[in-house]
Write a protein that binds this ligand. Structure first.
Ligand code: GSH
Length: 200
């Protein structure tokens, strides 16, 4: 399988962690593909031109990150990372909220790039900040409901929080949210997390 990714993408980090959890490293060849470079091998696999994107040996493409993680866990792994989420609508909703949080965090980073180009929008900056604040508060109140065993929800929220540290150091998310701070610290000690950190 071919995995198109960047190492700074929190969505790709989810996939890398799932690969590690199921010891699938030898089945996957990673290709660094910055989406802004519009490389043919990425855009011909994913018309949206986004990473991560998984190309199977039979030519099938799997995307986006949530589908890739579920595929790796259920088809190639033992399904343990999806098990608790399958029939639980609260947990499924938390997964969507976590994925949405990651989307806003990436958009906030794009806004910083636009600022450097003189295209900053105060409206969107404030809107992103408020959405991030509210969603982090939501998770501070919900994290106690998470299942005990590691799941795709843990991986997604853990990646979102690590992306805050990686790209948004100016955003103090820990001081008012002690439960999330402990959640993140605990996850980052796992081998699958520490072997797959975010970097350029
Ligand atoms: N919903 C997608 C989001 C992926 C995504 O937004 N990836 C970013 C990198 S972190 C990207 O490729 N951005 C390029 C673009 O939006 O054109 C997923 O879960 O995989």
């Amino acid at each position: 399988m071919q995995l198109y990714l960047t190492y700074s993408s929190p969505f790709a980090r989810n996939v890398r962690i799932v690969i590690h959890e199921h010891k699938l490293q030898s089945c996957v060849t990673e290709h660094f593909a910055h989406p802004f470079h519009n490389r043919e091998e990425l855009t011909s696999s994913n018309p949206l031109g986004k990473v991560p994107c998984l190309s199977l040996d039979n030519g099938t493409t799997i995307m986006d990150s949530e589908v890739i993680c579920a595929y790796l866990d259920k088809q190639l792994g033992d399904g343990r990372l999806s098990k608790a989420l399958d029939e639980d609508w609260d947990l499924k909703t938390f997964c969507s909220a976590s994925s949405g949080l990651m989307e806003v965090l990436v958009l906030r980073q794009v806004e910083k790039i636009r600022e450097r180009e003189g295209l900053v929008s105060d409206f969107w900056w404030q809107r992103y900040n408020r959405a991030i604040d509210r969603t982090l508060n939501f998770f501070e109140s919900k994290v106690a409901q998470f299942p005990n065993a590691l799941s795709l929800l843990h991986i997604s929220l853990g990646s979102a929080l690590s992306y805050l540290d990686f790209r948004h150091e100016d955003f103090d998310w820990r001081s008012e949210r002690p439960q999330l701070a402990v959640f993140s610290k605990t996850l980052e000690t796992l081998e699958s997390f520490s072997a797959n950190t975010l970097h350029e």
